[in-house]
Design a protein around this ligand. Structure first.
Ligand code: SAT
Ligand code: MN
Length: 588
């Protein structure tokens, strides 16, 4: 039975059902009974496997098709009326043409299947900052993941209005040649077909909360960013918040849940996680920038997650979690992945569904982009403000990427405008989170390259405009790089919990409690001002990590000129001026 009488919702569902022709339509009310029933059904068909309920209560395993393991950026489209509005970094097609193309793929795609109707909320249901969507899907896996990642069910159906985001997902034949992830920002519509993998099909996440929301934010004066949100509590008991943007699979989840080094813990430092992937930011009534996490769970990268790197994430996955494309340990019916421990199972099934012996196999058992979908409330360090609809006030915005050489450990921008410049020139080595080559340096402005729902240069202008609104209440902007390597390719900075040493300086800077030295690229800490006690890093190494290599940066400037050319007249003048100023400072 329909959970709402909203005509706009019902008419749209009728239209989509007429096209996709499911055998039946089932509304997701979000009740435990219904979720339990769907889990049982998915296990009966082999879509999911129930794991050891003593060790991993309410946990399940799923394997995607072998050709369907990551976001497909080359098949992701922004379809607005004018191509110019999508910009040079997005794939575009005329909406009419795309609707016609998709219609063919969706027609009859749900024959013999059930269409699930998922009313979901991004943000606390009923709050002025929440936005609602409906996802139609023929995948139980999608339903169960959405029920972890977002707030779903009757409570949402009760408050949904006419301006909901429409999402249609059909697995169809999982045909990579006909896989499309399409956004129509002007119609509040998302259509995804021929995939069953997370980022392509959990439409509340990248599709809505970033691509559609960034477009809405531009028009409504707020921002949707690919950022984690965390609170750092100092020994005085004061919690200061920051939001940080890193490309996919660069450690956002690890940073969001970091455990302070022992030396810090003893003094009383604590870290609280508000979000690990997406931040919606607005100017609050006090004129400051406030951030809230629109999601309800974590869709984290499994490989590398362990008791040392991220105990909080690992703990979060011990109940009510869905594992995708990890190793199935047949001895105790649990899961394993590379980097979990040094004890890979002997009797196991790999992510492709083949028998796998971790003691002898030279092939990876888990896919490098294998994932866990875990409820946020499982996280031991979840912030008390997680369910606060208004979110938290942000003192610092941090950009970062994976750079072997150029970017120093940390630097602060000279101003908001310069900070927008720093975000716009972000570059990172690619990871397994998207299909394509791994380890190639690409420009990924604000970590939003694959997620900005409109012209990137207009997006930068929006950042500049937000800075004008915020004025002297604007957060300070920083850039970090945990990934510098030595000549043998080893990481120099220990990372993980030790990153708090850098966050301490960042937050002190926001409250005029720490000094800095000026360099050509921005303000850096005095090496003595970073607490290195028990870090295993000595002062000289830290000085190296903070080093700015002029020749490398001059090369970088050339690359930025080239990159900026893509944006033509739309490139805000402020950014060209910042680039010229950087060039001038480097040649001094
Ligand atoms: O696959 S997702 O897009 O949800 C995760 C990521 O790539 O950041
Ligand atoms: Mn992400």
């Amino acid at each position: 039975m329909a959970l709402t009488t909203n005509k706009a919702v019902l008419n749209w569902i009728d239209e989509m059902a007429a096209m996709t022709q499911p055998d039946q339509i089932v509304w997701i009310d979000g009740s435990d009974t219904q979720i339990e029933q769907l889990r049982a059904q998915a296990c009966a068909t082999g879509e999911m496997e129930k794991l050891n309920q003593q060790l991993l209560p309410d946990c399940y395993l799923h394997r995607t098709a072998v050709n369907d393991v990551a976001r497909v950026e080359d098949r992701t489209f922004i379809c607005c009326k004018k191509q110019e509005d999508a910009g040079p970094t997005n794939n575009w097609m005329d909406p009419e043409e795309m609707y016609a193309k998709l219609k063919k793929l969706y027609t009859g795609a749900m024959k013999g299947r059930t269409m699930y109707v998922i009313p979901y909320s991004m943000g606390v249901v009923g709050s002025p900052f929440a936005k609602y969507g409906i996802e139609l899907t023929d995948s139980i896996y999608v339903v169960l993941n959405m029920a972890i990642m977002t707030r779903v069910g009757q409570a949402v159906a009760d408050v949904i209005g006419d301006d909901f985001v429409k999402g249609l997902h059909a697995k169809a034949d999982i045909d990579p040649e006909n896989r499309y992830i399409v956004h129509f920002p002007e119609d509040n519509t998302i259509m995804s077909v021929n995939s069953g993998y997370g980022g392509n099909v959990l439409l509340g996440k990248k599709c809505f909360a970033l691509r559609i929301a960034s477009y809405l934010g531009k028009h409504q004066g707020w921002m949707a960013e690919h950022m984690l949100i965390l609170g750092v509590e100092n020994p005085q008991g004061e919690v200061r918040y920051l939001a940080a943007a890193f490309p996919s699979a660069c450690g956002k989840t690890n940073l969001a849940m970091l455990i302070p080094p022992e030396h810090y813990r003893k003094k009383g430092w604590k870290v609280w996680c508000v979000g690990d992937d997406i931040a919606w930011l607005r100017v609050g009534p006090d004129g400051r920038l406030w951030a809230m996490n629109p999601e309800y769970g974590f869709f984290g990268v499994a490989p590398g997650t362990n008791e040392k790197s991220n105990p909080n994430a690992l703990h979060s996955t011990r109940k009510g979690t869905i594992f995708t494309n990890v190793v199935h340990n047949l001895d105790d019916n649990t899961v394993w992945w590379e980097g979990l421990d040094k004890n890979p199972p002997e009797h196991a099934v790999d992510w492709k569904g083949n028998p796998w012996n971790g003691k002898v196999s030279t092939e990876k058992g888990a896919h490098p982009n294998s994932r866990f979908t875990a409820p946020a409330k499982n996280c031991p360090c979840i912030s008390a403000e997680f369910e606060n609809p208004a979110g938290v006030p942000i003192s610092a915005l941090v950009f970062g990427g994976r750079r072997a050489k150029t970017a120093p450990l940390v630097y602060q921008s000279r101003s908001w405008e310069h900070g927008v410049f720093v975000g716009s020139i972000m570059a990172s080595e690619t990871t397994a989170a998207a299909t394509g080559a791994v380890g190639v340096v690409r420009r990924d402005p604000m970590a939003m390259l694959p997620f900005c729902g409109y012209h990137m240069a207009d997006y930068w202008q929006h950042w500049l405009d937000m800075g004008k609104t915020l004025g002297d209440k604007a957060p300070k902007i920083f850039n970090v790089n945990w990934f510098r390597t030595d000549d043998e390719g080893h990481f120099i900075w220990p990372g993980f919990g030790d990153n708090l040493r850098v966050l301490e300086w960042i937050l002190k800077r926001c409250f005029q409690e720490a000094d800095a030295v000026e360099t050509a690229i921005g303000y850096e800490p005095k090496a003595e001002d970073i607490d290195l006690e028990d870090s295993g890093v000595d002062l000289d190494t830290l000085k190296d990590l903070l080093g700015v290599d002029t020749a490398l940066w001059q090369e970088e400037v050339k690359g930025i000129h080239e990159f900026y050319q893509k944006f033509g007249d739309k490139l805000p003048g402020e950014l060209t001026r910042e680039l010229d100023a950087l060039e001038a400072r480097l040649s001094k």
